[in-house]
Design a binder for this molecule. Structure first.
Ligand SMILES: NC(=O)C1=CN([C@@H]2O[C@H](COP(=O)(O)OP(=O)(O)OC[C@H]3O[C@@H](n4cnc5c(N)ncnc54)[C@H](O)[C@@H]3O)[C@@H](O)[C@H]2O)[C@@H](O)CC1
Ligand SMILES: Nc1ncnc2c1ncn2[C@@H]1O[C@H](COP(=O)(O)OP(=O)(O)O)[C@@H](O)[C@H]1O
Ligand SMILES: [K+]
Length: 506
């Protein structure tokens, strides 16, 4: 699924209006109906619904929603905020369409801002949408601040007012803190960035029938991975297939005190369909691996505690995964250096392997034109690329790093972002806060390694791997919740996640 900029969204609106031969007011009506449908499912009629409308089409949506909710017996109070003498045409149209018994209140100065504290009412925020073109200050900012400090539940139409759709909001701009955001047709880039969690709250997308042709043709660097996207990628097994067809993976993982990381990566790799798995661990890990993961073959390093060498017959493997639990000893750095210098295998590089590379220009110089997938969390990513200023800056660094080295980067987080050598970014849409616990990243390394072994392209392996990893956690959530969830629980739910995807295939 594509993510459009504010400008592209305007073009999509205009294209749809022209293509379908409808008026912009009709498109607004669709948007208002879609929003109202969501709202009715969420909130029962009863309490007061205060709707704050700005002078543009977002405000027009608010007025149309006021009429529709009023018709459905909600106790609605619309406010017209600021100077509406230059309001948009569709705002005017919807103002005229309000029924006689629905009186608006005009908020033209600070004193007229209603006090909603302790009223238990709920608010619909329709002040500004994608047409915001400067930071929100003055009276509008006062309204947003009043809403933020009132404790009422705020639902934003399309985007929280004050928040820029696809670039950093200036610091002097006020932004509403919505509990819910109901957006039209496609999610906005801003929703996917952790820094905006306090403003966007729980976001939903409702369809308003924007032109699919426009959307399919428009150019963008940003995408959201949805179930249908990964289902297209999934390869089903053949009846006469055998383990030789599903790849032989090598995991170079684990170290003294961190052998669990190797166990987690290995188990996840096996649960993701790899044909054969060999794990090389330091000597101290041998009994642990052999006991905990009997399906995996185990090689031992000459070093007792740390990864220090590569297996002699490294050519026979189809894919290598390394990093989890390996530590940053000198001997390990040498081994990672050898790996980069000598191997042409597709390789998944996580955790301390990333840290070792980040700290060495010599290792970094070896990264060009290899088949590499990096899986950093934001701290590890900063070690690679330097300190970032904000989430947009992080995305820019992500794209530049991938383009410079021709590699994939799986930047982990609530909406994990997969960067590609072409400078595209795919945001994941599965996963939950139960995954915020040690070892879940090791699980992801195992999953992606297994998928590369099964001949998925690096891009497919990243997208499918990240999706299925989060899906497993989502399937674990109903019985386990997020507080008690562990990395092993995510592995235990991988079978259900793969089944879920294959059973729902067309
Ligand atoms: N164009 C269409 O056909 C549709 C638009 N829709 C709605 O329209 C919204 C976009 O509408 P608009 O493009 O009219 O834009 P907005 O309603 O977001 O706001 C634009 C208006 O606000 C003013 N403005 C912008 N930033 C300001 C600031 N910081 N302080 C004070 N005033 C400011 C502008 O001068 C303009 O008058 C979408 O978010 C969506 O809610 C939907 O109804 C779907 C269809
Ligand atoms: N709040 C969250 N919502 C969704 N996914 C999350 C959340 N927190 C963490 N994750 C996922 O969990 C994994 C954590 O990886 P990482 O930080 O490397 O952990 P570790 O190194 O302990 O294995 C990543 O895949 C990340 O996307
Ligand atoms: K809004």
């Amino acid at each position: 699924m594509k993510i459009l900029t504010a400008a592209q969204t305007r073009e999509a609106d205009a294209y749809t209006i022209q293509e379908e031969g409808i008026s912009s007011a009709e498109l607004m009506e669709r948007a208002a109906k879609a929003f109202t449908g969501w709202f009715e499912n969420k909130f029962q009629p009863g309490g007061e619904v205060h709707i704050f409308c700005g002078p543009g089409n977002n405000g027009g949506d608010g007025l149309a929603v006021a009429r529709l909710l009023h018709e459905r017996n909600y106790n609605v109070q619309p406010y017209l905020v600021g100077d509406i003498s230059k309001a948009s045409d569709d705002f005017e149209t919807n103002l005229e369409r309000l029924p006689q018994d629905l009186q608006t209140i005009h908020v033209e100065q600070e004193a007229a801002i209603p006090n909603l504290i302790g009223k238990g009412s709920c608010v619909i925020d329709a002040l500004f949408g994608t047409g915001l073109n400067r930071p929100v200050t003055g009276l509008y900012a006062k309204v947003l601040e009043a809403l933020n400090s009132s404790g009422v539940t705020v639902t934003s139409i399309d985007i929280p007012s004050g928040l820029y759709t696809d670039s950093q909001t200036p610091e002097d701009g006020a932004i509403v803190r919505a509990q819910y955001t109901v957006s039209f047709e496609l999610p906005k880039l801003a929703f996917l960035l952790p820094q905006h969690e306090p403003f966007v709250g729980e976001w939903h997308v409702v369809s308003i029938g924007l032109s699919q042709q426009f959307i399919s043709e428009v150019n963008t660097n940003y995408f959201c991975t949805k179930q249908e996207d990964v289902q297209r990628l999934l390869k089903l097994r053949k009846k006469f297939s055998h383990k030789g067809l599903y790849g032989h993976a090598l995991l170079l993982c684990g170290g003294y005190g961190k052998m669990g990381a190797a166990v987690l990566a290995a188990r996840a790799c096996l649960r993701s369909g790899v044909g054969l798995l060999t794990v090389q661990v330091p000597q101290a890990g041998y009994p642990i691996l052999q006991t905990a993961v009997p399906e995996a073959m185990t090689l031992t390093d000459r070093n007792r505690k740390h990864l220090s060498e590569l297996p002699q017959d490294i050519q026979k493997y189809d894919v290598i995964g390394t990093g989890p639990g390996i530590g940053t000893e000198r001997v390990t750095k040498t081994a990672i250096g050898q790996l980069l210098a000598t191997s042409s295998h597709p390789t998944v590089i996580d955790a301390d392997a990333i840290n070792l590379i980040a700290a060495s220009d010599k290792l970094k110089a070896q990264l060009y034109k290899k088949k590499l997938i990096f899986t950093p969390h934001p701290k590890e990513f900063e070690r690679l690329v330097g300190k970032v200023k904000n989430d947009y800056d992080r995305l820019q660094h992500l794209r530049e790093f991938c383009m410079e080295y021709g590699c994939y980067v799986v930047l982990k987080g609530s909406h994990t972002a997969v960067g590609t050598p072409e400078g595209k970014v795919y945001f994941n849409t599965t996963g939950n806060s139960g995954m915020a616990t040690g070892g879940t990243g090791d699980v992801l390394t195992g999953i992606i390694t297994a998928l590369v072994g099964q001949q998925y392209t690096l891009e497919e392996a990243c997208l499918l791997g990240v999706y299925v990893h989060g899906l497993a956690a989502d399937l674990a959530f109903p019985s386990l919740g997020d507080i008690a969830m562990t990395a092993s629980d995510v592995i235990d739910h991988l079978p259900k996640a793969f089944l879920h995807l294959t059973q729902l295939m067309p």
